[in-house]
Design a protein around this ligand. Structure first.
Ligand SMILES: Cc1cc2nc3c(=O)[nH]c(=O)nc-3n(C[C@H](O)[C@H](O)[C@H](O)COP(=O)(O)OP(=O)(O)OC[C@H]3O[C@@H](n4cnc5c(N)ncnc54)[C@H](O)[C@@H]3O)c2cc1C
Length: 461
């Protein structure tokens, strides 16, 4: 078999790339190792109910009139109408550094600015300078690593505010410990604070189905349960792939969304990039009946919290660091149709190594999962009030779960700490898109797939 383009991975970057290409040349082939599409953002069924993995909120909200906004550019490139997505904006979210300060934000950035002016008046002039810097900065221009933390501290002269601003941006998009590249900071600051968060009506399955249906309508092909075992190459040119089944498929071009190190391994070589430490996470879903009213913050969409004296975004020494994390309540978006359930999802930094040691000892692994869920619950209850007695279902996933279902090394959601911004990995006809290109989150991953197809593949075909 021979196709013009093979895409490794049916996550959001792979799907978007394939859809963009199929608009012009339909013979694209997506190869996905898992039985479902979506990658990090997928779903599973328990007790006949669909549970989402990944989706808290989608960043980069934009009004239809803002033609240049990433979300609207993406939809135009994919020829998807906004009405097909049924967008719902967040209610409001919060950054809470317990016993010290809290900052509320929504999709109205001016309110966030007022909040900072009120609570950190002496840092406010520096904050406005920081916003000007963010507005003027080109995060896509090639550049060496610049410490965002240092730039923010210089502007704000306030460690607490610096940490509070970094907390959500790191949790939603940093593969680097305790700092961010300035370009990545700018991307995430715009995506979360200036543009804001939303989710589509329905579930992630509806979004994936929509993308799949558009793609198939152009004639594109998807093969699930088709793990790529090897990429065949000759003189820095790829010729095709060999699947786990032994089948060989040839192509003119290839796009890999499997991650940089993972792709180099398929090529039988090494990247030489800095790969460690990769950051792992645990997430627990608590389901309660829809009538359950939380004593505090019942209406919040997302709470980014920290209870320690210093915010520490790094791979923990222990299995999980409960000092900080994210609490997400996915029903708290404006005008969402009432759901038959209510979810409280908690996320914390976790150590892959710690969980990996228990991989062969199922009872010990399950016990640690149980302890993790209980501990996370107690942390969430301090913020939301008690809800333990209302829980009707609970599930926890660990870095091992993510590794198993997405083939992402060490289950690192945000991939390798070194990013390859132009997607060029030194092969004539093989390019990288998605997480390890440095575009994170759903809109980021999708734009990454589209931009690599536009820049490197369509012009050559
Ligand atoms: C718990 C969690 C919460 C998140 N919350 C949010 C959120 O609220 N908002 C947001 O915007 N983003 C969120 N994200 C991040 C978002 O899901 C990702 O940034 C985005 O989906 C990455 O897409 P991708 O296509 O680059 O990578 P992936 O989703 O990892 O896709 C890569 C695909 O390649 C496949 N693959 C790998 N190796 C092979 C192989 N050898 N052969 C065939 N297929 C292969 C994998 O199975 C996978 O499907 C979250 C992620 C997680 C896990």
């Amino acid at each position: 078999m021979h196709v013009p383009l093979i895409i490794i991975g049916g996550g959001l970057s792979g799907l978007a790339a394939a859809l963009r290409f199929a608009r012009f040349i339909p013979d694209v082939l997506i190869l996905e190792q898992h039985s479902r599409l979506g990658g990090l953002n997928s779903y599973y069924y328990r007790n006949k109910r669909l549970f989402e993995t990944g989706l808290h909120a989608i960043t980069n909200y934009a009004e239809p009139k803002d033609k240049k906004a990433p979300l609207n550019r993406l939809l135009r490139q994919l020829k998807i109408k906004r009405t097909e997505l049924d967008l719902h904006e967040q209610n409001h979210s919060e950054i809470r550094f317990e016993n010290r300060e809290s900052l509320r934000f929504s999709n109205d950035f001016s309110q966030f600015c007022k909040e900072i002016e009120l609570k950190f008046p002496s840092s406010y002039p520096g904050f406005t300078e920081l916003v000007s810097l963010v507005n003027a900065y080109d995060p896509f221009a090639p550049a060496v690593f610049i410490s965002a933390k240092k730039v923010i501290q210089d502007k704000l002269q306030n460690d607490l505010l610096t940490e509070m601003l970094l907390c959500p941006l790191m949790y939603y998009g940093s593969s680097v410990e305790n700092d961010m590249d300035l370009g990545q900071f700018v991307i995430m600051f715009r995506a979360i604070f200036q543009e804001g968060m939303f989710r589509p009506g329905g579930t992630i399955k509806d979004l994936l189905d929509l993308l799949e249906n558009h793609y198939k309508a152009y004639g594109g092909e998807i093969r699930t349960k088709s793990s790529v075992k090897q990429i065949i190459s000759e003189n820095k040119k790829v010729l095709g792939v060999v699947l786990e089944s032994g089948e060989e498929i040839r192509c003119d071009y290839m796009l890999s969304t499997a991650g940089s190190e993972e792709t180099f391994e398929l090529l039988g070589t090494k990247s030489g990039l800095k790969t460690l430490p990769r950051l792992g996470f645990v997430e627990t879903i608590f389901e309660v009946p829809p009538v359950t009213k939380l004593k505090k913050a019942d209406n919040n969409t997302i709470i980014f919290f920290n209870t320690a004296a210093k915010f520490n975004y790094s791979s923990p020494r222990e299995a999980v660091n409960f000092d900080s994390g994210v609490i997400c309540m996915p029903q708290n978006f404006q005008n969402l149709a009432p759901l038959p359930y209510k979810e409280i999802r908690t996320t914390h930094l976790a150590s892959y190594e710690h969980w990996k040691k228990l991989a062969e000892d199922k009872p010990a692994y399950e016990l640690l999962k149980d302890e993790t869920a209980r501990h996370s619950l107690s942390v969430a209850e301090k913020i939301l009030g008690n809800f333990a007695e209302n829980i009707v279902y609970r599930d926890t996933f660990t870095p091992l779960t993510i590794e198993r279902f997405t083939a992402k090394k060490e289950g690192a959601i945000y991939g390798n700490p070194s990013k390859i911004k132009d997607g060029n990995i030194g092969y004539e006809n093989l390019f990288l898109a998605g997480t390890d290109q440095g575009f994170l989150g759903i809109v980021g991953a999708m734009l990454s797939g589209v931009s690599i197809v536009n820049q490197h593949i369509l012009p050559r075909i």
